[in-house]
Design a binder for this molecule. Structure first.
Ligand code: FAD
Ligand code: NAG
Ligand code: NAG
Ligand code: NAG
Ligand code: NAG
Ligand code: NAG
Ligand code: NAG
Length: 577
């Protein structure tokens, strides 16, 4: 941080000069690129950036803009999709699996419309039963405090939460809480949907949230909001917190009310067969924007009328290019990118991101009933999907974040995603493969279970040995045999496990989403014209640098990032019309 101080000091000296230049260019040459195309740079090819590109071209066409848009997307990775991407289980292109954003819902109008408009197949093979008696269990580190029984299933999409609305069972255990939650959630989501029409487009998120009457739910914790609505503490902790933990790796006492309700709004959950990233890939293709992969933007200099980007390619070579408008479509991090002049309000200054460890792996084995204290210890009592919460005795108010916040369970969730039969499974139609090489030299005649675990720290070999009860397995290296549950966990990489037990694995650490404590003020979309700090400097630089991730501390999903991109696209086109 220390090196930032001289930059800030020198900037206060530089800014007046910058303003002078800028005011002059605005006064004398109203359009810095008169006659030619309006050049727009989008930094980031995730949900937000691709939606911005797509909607810019749509809105420009609808508005009959005279001046053509020339859109360039810069993406540091070699692929589009950002936090939405797939990897191939068993390195086999038949088995693409989501590593990041997995599920969206029918009320997600932008994504839902895109699946329709781009003809992308949804839903296939999200869930197959393993033969377990339970499709879902909520584990508190000691016992399963709630389970839903597996119903007969035809292998088609199974809504992750549909079992929860086995209302009779819920009412029996939790009284009227499930119904109260339902009405609170309907009313709030209805108010949020106004942001697609009545309040669209919105220059100021804080103001739009206020007008949609949502600040009361973003400004309080999920815990307090639910208590105020008459929902029991037990239902909140056991059921709703399991959802905030699997979706956002956070507990209710430090997580705002709006995102809590988003976690419970899973009606009509779906995903794109072969990978959700295809939505964003199609949006970019339909936008006719130029896509520059392997191109990291390291600086944005907005001192003159034409903001200049500094772009570094994967070989480390640097170029500068000028544009008329820039859209930052990723969470801003000052150590990764500099903004000149430094904005009065630095984007995401007070926003911290969750460090989420995602471990995908395949094994011919099921988790151990002994690990979960099941009696009798039979495999079929272990649920297919395991969500977690903290036990009643442990006050989550005193838990921190990450490793502390997860509590005694040690992981946020463990899901069985698919049953793979590599020797007999056919190719899945419509799947876009990335063409990896299948794992060789393995006996693939039997079935393989594909698992996904979310945890706050790397999953270790010792933890998997316990979870699956492999302590006495012949093939286990001696140094992994000695651990028992009462001893402290070792820290051996899961790659040390023999491939008879763990046939394939993929580990990824994401800065997945922000921590979402209550808040009633959000960052500005227009970085240099931020309502609370507006000044002469800001007006002169207004509408040049836009920021999509301002929406993340409000709601962080693929859809809301796409909404943010769409909103900014409309603001830009309105400004040019
Ligand atoms: C494990 C996980 C599970 C999730 N589950 C869900 C879910 O089920 N449903 C849901 O709706 N959401 C889910 N989310 C959240 C969702 O994925 C994100 O909210 C959304 O994808 C964010 O999109 P974005 O475009 O705003 O940002 P990103 O997807 O992060 O895109 C930003 C892009 O910018 C690029 N970039 C960054 N800096 C630069 C630079 N300097 N120069 C050039 N390029 C740059 C990055 O490489 C990236 O491609 C999940 C996220 C994770 C990680
Ligand atoms: C669009 O912008 C890019 C980048 O500035 C430039 O190289 C290209 O020539 C422009 N194309 C048109 C048609 O204006
Ligand atoms: C991006 O870089 C990777 C290697 O890091 C390379 O395989 C790929 O071809 C590059 N893609 C483009 C479009 O430059
Ligand atoms: C989605 O499609 C419907 C029906 O065509 C349309 O009315 C609506 O405006 C679209 N919404 C968005 C956000 O694209
Ligand atoms: C930003 O651009 C201005 C005008 O071109 C230039 O004088 C200044 O040195 C640049 N600043 C940085 C940090 O690149
Ligand atoms: C910014 O990125 C650096 C390098 O990846 C990381 O160490 C740092 O924690 C990030 N800062 C924030 C605020 O996310
Ligand atoms: C700057 O923001 C204010 C409101 O926040 C708005 O009224 C004004 O039009 C904006 N200026 C420009 C040039 O967009």
């Amino acid at each position: 941080m220390r090196f930032l101080i001289p930059i800030l000091i020198s900037a206060t000296v530089l800014v007046p000069q910058g303003i002078a230049d800028n005011v002059q260019s605005i006064l004398e040459i109203p359009n810095t690129n008169a006659g030619a195309a309006h050049r727009i740079a989008i930094v980031g090819a995730g949900a937000a950036g691709s939606s911005a590109a797509y909607h810019l071209s749509q809105f420009a066409r609808d508005a009959g803009l005279e001046i053509p848009l020339n859109i360039t997307i810069f993406e540091s990775e070699a692929r589009v999709g950002g936090r939405t991407t797939t990897v191939n289980a068993l390195n086999d292109p038949r088995y693409p699996v989501e590593l990041g954003g997995s599920i969206f819902v029918e009320i997600n109008r932008i994504l839902f419309n895109a699946t329709r408009d781009f003809n992308l197949p949804t839903n296939a093979r999200i869930y197959e039963s393993t033969g377990s008696d339970y499709d879902l269990g909520i584990w508190d580190g000691d016992s399963f405090i709630f389970t839903t029984a597996n119903s007969d299933d035809d292998g088609s999409l199974k809504d992750r939460w549909s079992g929860w609305w086995d209302i009779a069972k819920l009412l029996w255990k939790y009284g009227f809480s499930p119904l109260r939650l339902r009405s609170l959630q309907r009313a709030t989501i209805g108010r949020f949907l106004n942001m697609y029409d009545e309040f669209f487009p919105f220059l100021d998120l804080t103001q739009a949230a206020e007008e949609a009457d949502l600040l009361s739910v973003t400004g309080t914790t999920g815990e307090k909001m639910l208590a105020a609505a008459g929902i029991s503490e037990q239902f909140s902790r056991e059921i709703i917190q399991a959802s905030t933990r699997v979706n956002y790796a956070q507990n209710l006492p430090d997580f705002h009310g709006l995102e809590t309700l988003v976690c419970m709004s899973t009606d009509g959950a779906m995903s794109i067969e072969g990978g959700n990233w295809q939505i964003f890939d199609q949006m970019i293709k339909h936008s006719q924007a130029k896509l520059r992969l392997n191109s990291t933007v390291t600086a944005v200099n907005t001192t003159t009328g034409s903001p200049t980007l500094t772009i570094t390619n994967s070989e480390g070579a640097t170029v500068s290019e000028s544009f008329d408008t820039i859209i930052l479509a990723h969470p801003y991090n000052s150590s990764m990118m500099t903004l000149t002049p430094p904005p009065a309000h630095t984007p995401h200054k007070d926003v911290a991101y969750v460090s989420l460890h995602v471990t995908l792996f395949t094994s011919p084995f099921r988790p151990s009933p002994v690990y979960f204290n099941l009696n009798p210890p039979v495999d079929s009592l272990v649920p297919d999907s395991i969500l977690t919460t903290v036990p009643e005795a442990l006050d989550p108010h005193f838990l921190g974040r990450g490793v502390e916040g997860v509590g005694p369970t040690g992981f946020w969730s463990l899901s069985t995603l698919h049953i793979l039969n590599p020797s007999t499974d056919g190719y899945i139609p419509g799947v876009v493969s990335s063409g990896s090489i299948p794992v060789e030299n393995l006996d693939m005649s039997g079935k393989q279970y594909l698992y996904k675990i979310f945890s706050p720290a790397p999953l270790t070999a010792e933890e998997l040995v316990e979870l699956f009860g492999w302590q006495d397995d012949q093939s286990l290296p001696a140094d992994l045999k000695s651990n028992s549950r009462t001893q402290s966990h070792g820290g051996t990489s899961i790659s040390a496990l023999p491939d008879t037990l763990l046939t394939w694995s993929h580990e990824k650490v994401w800065n997945s989403y922000p921590y979402l404590p209550p808040r009633t003020e959000f960052d500005c979309f227009d970085v240099y014209n931020c309502s609370s700090t507006r000044s002469v400097e800001a007006e002169a630089l207004a509408r040049k640098l836009w920021y999509t991730s301002a929406i993340e501390p409000f709601i962080c999903t693929m859809e809301t990032s796409a909404l943010s991109g769409r909103n900014i696209a409309r603001l830009i086109v309105d400004g040019l019309a």
